[in-house]
Write a protein that binds this ligand. Structure first.
Ligand SMILES: Cc1cc2nc3c(=O)[nH]c(=O)nc-3n(C[C@H](O)[C@H](O)[C@H](O)COP(=O)(O)O)c2cc1C
Length: 329
């Protein structure tokens, strides 16, 4: 693929749009808060969303509950793919059907989550070692989604990468629209692994026609370039890197295009711009957006715990944080 192709939507061989953009925010439960998403939207830092998982346990959630769970994404007007996670094919299919009626652009099935509670429930990453159930779920969700693209998020195995071929073979049989591939195994959680790009490259080759969106350790434009160059993936999903530098997707897109705006700004400037917007939103609508701990968490991600501004912020009262926007920096 040429560099410029990464600026185009992801489509299948019939020209059906699978994803409106190829450089996407990776789903992140807990940190994609209402306020984080709103700040991203106000600063136009993404062109689409893939939501964190909605857990499907004992029933198909009611339409009102689903609407509430996706509101922070849908009200941006940006195309949304919703991720669902569970182990019951009929509840998962029913949820996909309800979500389709809400106008979402795609469904993604979580087959990757390494949380102990999730694994105990035979959901998320646990399904990578329950291949028949995994296939049943994907087939059922495709039926329920009524023509919407159904994709999956996987890791390279449950306990070992020797499982990768078996998992990929099974996926080829049920043909998801695309695959978001995090190169670590479930057991590796977030450990450093030396051969992440090699694992991704092998998966890209294995999948052939099925597009692979690469996930894992994309913290900079250089990481994005090397992942694209080394693997030939169809797109990138940026996770933790986006928390540290919320401008990352824009910068990656700019590196693939000719105009440069954000790459020429320093990290301090970008962090301040993002944080000021976050505080503006919290000040304008405190009942919805003010949450001290998530604002402090955002500052920690942007600057790190040793930064003088982060230390200063910790010692400030809520009132001081909200009132003295201009004196903060
Ligand atoms: C706080 C947090 C929450 C996450 N929640 C989800 C989730 O809801 N669904 C999912 O598929 N992956 C989730 N992930 C995994 C990320 O989407 C991504 O695949 C992983 O962090 C590797 O990419 P990175 O190195 O760019 O962070 C989460 C990761 C983090 C750090």
């Amino acid at each position: 693929m040429n560099k410029e192709d990464y600026l185009k939507p992801l489509v299948d061989e019939r020209g059906r749009e699978l994803l409106p953009c190829r450089i996407v925010p990776s789903p992140m439960e807990g940190v994609m808060t209402d306020l984080f998403c709103r700040t991203m939207i106000e600063l136009k830092l993404t062109d689409c969303w893939i939501s964190p998982f909605i857990r499907i346990s004992n029933a198909v959630p009611g339409i009102k509950s689903l609407k509430g769970k996706i509101r922070r994404f849908t009200e941006s007007g940006l195309p949304l793919t919703v991720q669902i996670m569970g182990n019951d094919p009929s509840f998962m299919a029913g949820t996909a059907k309800e979500l389709a009626s809400l106008g979402v652009k795609g469904i993604n099935i979580n087959l990757a989550c390494p949380s102990k509670t999730v694994l105990k429930n035979n959901s998320g990453g646990a399904l990578l070692k329950k291949i028949p159930l995994m296939k049943e779920i994907i087939t059922a969700v495709k039926d329920g989604a009524g023509g919407l693209p159904v994709s999956v998020k996987i890791r390279s195995g449950f306990s070992s990468i020797s499982e990768t071929p078996l998992i990929l073979d099974a996926l080829l049989e049920v043909a998801p629209a695309y695959v978001i591939f995090h190169f670590r195994t479930v057991a590796e959680e977030y450990e450093d692994v030396p051969d992440g790009l090699k694992r991704t490259y092998r998966a890209v080759k294995f999948f052939g026609e099925i597009p692979l969106i690469a996930s894992g350790d994309i913290f900079s434009v250089a990481d994005a370039s090397s992942t694209i160059a080394a693997t030939g993936c169809a797109g990138l999903a940026a996770g933790r890197g986006l928390l540290k530098n919320p401008f990352l997707i824009r910068e990656i897109l700019e590196s693939l295009d000719s105009e440069k705006i954000f790459q020429e700004k320093s990290h301090e400037e970008k962090a301040a711009l993002f944080f000021m917007k976050t505080l503006d939103l919290a000040r304008e609508n405190p009942s919805r957006y003010w949450n001290r701990s998530s604002i402090i968490e955002s500052a920690r991600n942007l600057w790190g715990v040793e930064h003088p501004f982060f230390k200063k912020l910790l010692s400030m009262t809520d009132k001081e944080i909200l009132a003295s926007l201009k004196d903060l920096f």
